[in-house]
Ligand binder design. Structure first.
Ligand code: SF4
Length: 219
């Protein structure tokens, strides 16, 4: 029988971040657990926690083809430091090339995100029961009310560090001496694609000048 959402939220709410992940990997078939990362500014915390609980568990990066070269370098650094098992996931080539040729991000960013992020993600979700991601409540209004577990069609979503604040993240990174994304030193609070990321606090540099605040993966 599938566990009820409310039961899961109650059960995991008072656990530590690490114990939440331990409990999840005991409760669910690891083969059915999908993990994604963006290698953005705060990703390293979830990656570090997962690595303690399930080392070498596949961690998927949706590589839109528009990531910063610094993000690729940061990825390689974390792979080598923590022996991560990173799986790059790419959009369909012809669709991606279409977005590049027509600079679709300039006038139709939702469509560009759909092609380069949402569509490859939909493929990844097939056959999985649960999807772990590193969303944080403080990042924007859309995320402010999110719970640890939520349902997304047939899939369960799990946000084990959703209630971490900026201080918690900094403390965790300091305690474990985790490397910082190089663009954070240059004033980027949040790091996505080259075409849609500017310097700024928090997520204010993402899709600047647009209503858009999410790529579509988490709405
Ligand atoms: S963030 Fe920008 S460049 Fe990246 S997929 Fe979305 S619209 Fe395209």
């Amino acid at each position: 029988m599938k566990p009820q959402l409310s039961e899961l939220n109650d059960k995991y709410e008072n656990l530590t971040y690490l114990d939440r992940l331990k409990a999840l990997f005991e409760e669910f078939d690891p083969e059915k657990i999908l993990v994604t990362t963006s290698f953005g500014g705060s990703s390293v915390v979830l990656l570090h926690l997962i690595n303690k609980v399930a080392p070498r568990h596949p961690i998927h990066l949706i590589d839109t083809g528009y990531l910063f070269k610094e993000t690729h370098r940061y990825k390689e650094q974390l792979i080598s430091q923590f022996d991560l098992n990173i799986v790059d996931v790419k959009p369909r080539r012809s669709s991606h090339e279409f977005t590049n040729k027509y600079r679709v991000w300039e006038g139709h960013s939702d469509f560009c995100c759909f092609i380069n992020k949402v569509e490859p993600m939909n493929e990844l979700k097939k056959g999985k029961d649960i999807w772990i991601s590193g969303l944080l409540r403080f990042q924007n209004a859309n995320r402010a009310d999110k719970k640890l577990f939520e349902r997304s069609n047939e899939l369960l979503k799990f946000h084990p560090i959703i209630d971490m604040g900026p201080e918690d993240l900094n403390l965790y990174r300091t305690i474990y001496e985790l490397p910082t994304h190089p663009l954070q030193y240059e004033g980027y609070g949040s790091i996505g694609c080259v075409h849609c990321t500017k310097k700024g606090k928090g997520r204010e540099g993402r899709w600047q000048g647009q209503e858009k605040s999410e790529c579509g993966l988490h709405v």
